[in-house]
Design a protein around this ligand. Structure first.
Ligand code: HEC
Ligand code: HEC
Length: 277
């Protein structure tokens, strides 16, 4: 009896210590974990507020004061609604300098960006706060520094299946109906390529992450980067117009040479007088 007591007390103490530790962990976690409710008044909402102000000055004239889409005094369309386009569309459009658009036309061209990275992020946060939409992917999603040759090859296959119809199989772009065009991809950045696939600007289809998995997108981006680096080992690139024009070139030069050789041989053959019938 006298030996059992200290043992039981020892057990009780252990339970107390473990229980105390659990409570401490729970409180510690509560203090450290990000608090959703408190975040609403934190730096994020400040960024949204900043974006709202920038939007009112630079974008609302075309897109409406609440981004609901706009028309001018005569009821003509000035800009689409941005509710639900997501942060990704804003970062793509503003980051490639397409927005703010300057004048109406068949297609808003790419130009040097007007807003800084922070301002662009604020505009994106504001638009994203209006309704859910595609978010900007993390930088790892389009980090192509470690892709393998197989991934690039696969990217090439995916590119030929999904992109060449508009961007040409060399990525140098091409014309579309009604004065529109698919731009050359020779100067596009990995981030913009990811965002373009995610948001599908203008005629370009949306390649959501369900259609083209994030790793597929990365392979395609790596392939585009490989195209950008590619030299023309044969000398003349012929604008990479494709196998048909390159074939034609081979045809004219090759067949031309053959004809020349045939003529030359023909000239050397001694002329045999024809037999009379
Ligand atoms: C002069 C008018 C004009 C101004 C100013 C303008 N936009 Fe636009 N915006 C347009 C038009 C027109 C389109 C549709 C053009 C197109 O499809 O290429 C568009 C398209 C967009 C899109 C793509 C929507 C989608 O469905 O993917 C985004 C995002 C956008 N604008 C954001 C902005 C932001 C942010 C600003 C301010 C920095 C801005 N725009 C300023 C006219 C304008
Ligand atoms: C139906 C035609 C079409 C297809 C298919 C298409 N695109 Fe596009 N793409 C476009 C058009 C049009 C634009 C320009 C949109 C604009 O200016 O608002 C564009 C723009 C882009 C841009 C932005 C370029 C820049 O300089 O800002 C990238 C990157 C891009 N496309 C990549 C791709 C990739 C990768 C694929 C295949 C997965 C693809 N596109 C498939 C039509 C297409």
């Amino acid at each position: 009896m006298s030996t059992a007591r200290p043992l039981r007390r020892g057990r009780f103490a252990r339970i107390l210590v473990i229980g105390g530790a659990l409570v401490a962990v729970a409180f510690g976690y509560g203090a450290l974990a990000p608090d959703g409710a408190a975040g609403a008044d934190g730096p994020q909402s400040q960024q949204i507020e900043e974006g709202r102000k920038l939007f009112a000055v630079g974008c609302s004239s075309c897109h409406g004061i609440h981004a609901e889409g706009g028309t001018d005094g005569d009821g003509r369309f000035t800009g689409p609604s941005l509710i639900g386009v997501g942060a990704a569309a804003v970062v793509f459009q503003v980051g490639t300098g397409r927005m703010p658009a300057v004048q109406p036309g068949a297609q808003v061209p790419r130009k040097p960006p007007v807003y800084t990275e922070e301002e662009t992020a604020a505009l994106a946060a504001y638009v994203a706060s209006l309704a859910p939409g595609p978010a900007v992917p993390p930088a790892e999603a389009y980090d192509i520094s470690k892709v393998t040759q197989e991934e690039i090859t696969r990217g090439g296959e995916l590119f030929r299946t999904n992109c060449t119809a508009c961007h040409n199989f060399s990525g140098r772009g091409g014309a579309l109906p009604n004065g529109r065009y698919a731009p050359s991809l020779m100067h596009t950045t990995p981030r913009d390529a990811y965002l373009a696939m995610l948001t599908g600007p203008q005629q370009m289809p949306v390649f959501s992450d369900a259609v083209l998995l994030p790793e597929d997108k990365r392979s395609i981006i790596a392939y585009i980067a490989a195209l950008q680096e590619q030299q023309d080992p044969g000398g003349l690139g012929l604008g990479r117009l494709g196998p048909v024009s390159e074939g034609l070139w081979g045809w004219f030069v090759g067949i031309g040479l053959l004809v020349a050789v045939a003529v030359w041989i023909g000239l050397k053959v001694p002329t045999v007088p024809r037999r009379r019938e």
